[in-house]
Design a protein around this ligand. Structure first.
Ligand code: ADE
Length: 228
């Protein structure tokens, strides 16, 4: 899988992308991530990528020309499955969308900045708009990192143990069970007996009960008919 991230603030992206699972994914060659600096596609003396909005109002708008030039250059080299714009008014990101995106071959993520982007970019280039939640960020970079992290860990071979992915919270509509590791007793709290029993059937049953209990308590909205 290849992900091209287009941004006016590439420095915000580089450190998180060079650490942890994402970095492992890159090293394993299962995922290729490229960051593109929009300023390289601004051709005036000041390398301007934003301007004031027609009709007035506060804030600066990302200009169309640098974005079109950058994305059209990419499109000359390969076909993209989706060109995604990160924006607070997009479709709300969730595990289902992460699963879908993890099956794609080539993705572009466009990070907006300032007050927004020239709408012609949305009309002509963008195929999908994603929000990571109902709050406004200063730009799309942190949102792009959230999407990349959630998607890349699902690419086959990136997370060592694919069983661990299947039991993730949300993966089958339930939150995950509690987990314990050594020591057996810590600050007066003991590991539940059942986990020491060696009886895998019993352990699985306990985990499923815990998942249901936690989902009922915390996120009853997630429960489908079969669990009610
Ligand atoms: N840009 C600004 N706010 C955002 C949000 N909530 N999700 C995605 N991109 C954004």
């Amino acid at each position: 899988m290849r992900i091209d991230i287009v941004s006016g603030l590439p420095k915000l992206l580089s450190s998180p992308l060079n650490n942890s699972i994402i970095n492992r994914a890159k090293k394993s060659k299962k995922v290729l991530i490229r960051i593109h600096n929009l300023r390289k596609h601004a051709h005036d003396r000041h390398r301007t990528i934003d301007d004031t909005p027609y009709g007035g109002g506060a804030g600066m708008i990302l200009k169309p020309e640098p974005v079109f030039e950058c994305i059209e250059n990419l499109q000359k080299r390969r076909k993209y499955d989706e060109i995604i714009y990160l924006t607070a008014d997009g479709e709300r990101f969730n595990q289902k969308i992460a699963n879908e995106l993890s099956l794609q071959k080539n993705l572009i993520l466009l990070c907006g900045h300032y007050k927004g982007i020239d709408d012609r970019i949305r009309q002509k280039l963008i195929t999908r708009e994603i929000s990571i939640g109902d709050y406004v960020l200063t730009g799309g970079e942190l949102a792009a990192l959230v999407v990349v992290d959630a998607v890349v860990r699902l690419v086959p071979g990136v997370v060592g143990d694919s069983e661990s992915l299947l039991s993730d919270s949300f993966q089958d509509g339930l939150l995950d069970a509690p987990y314990y590791t050594k020591p057996l007793e810590y600050k007066g709290l003991k590991v539940p007996e059942v986990l020491l029993s060696g009886d895998h059937k019993k352990i699985e049953k306990w985990r499923q009960e815990q998942r249901l209990k936690k989902t009922r308590e915390r996120r009853p909205d997630l429960l489908t008919q079969e669990y009610k």
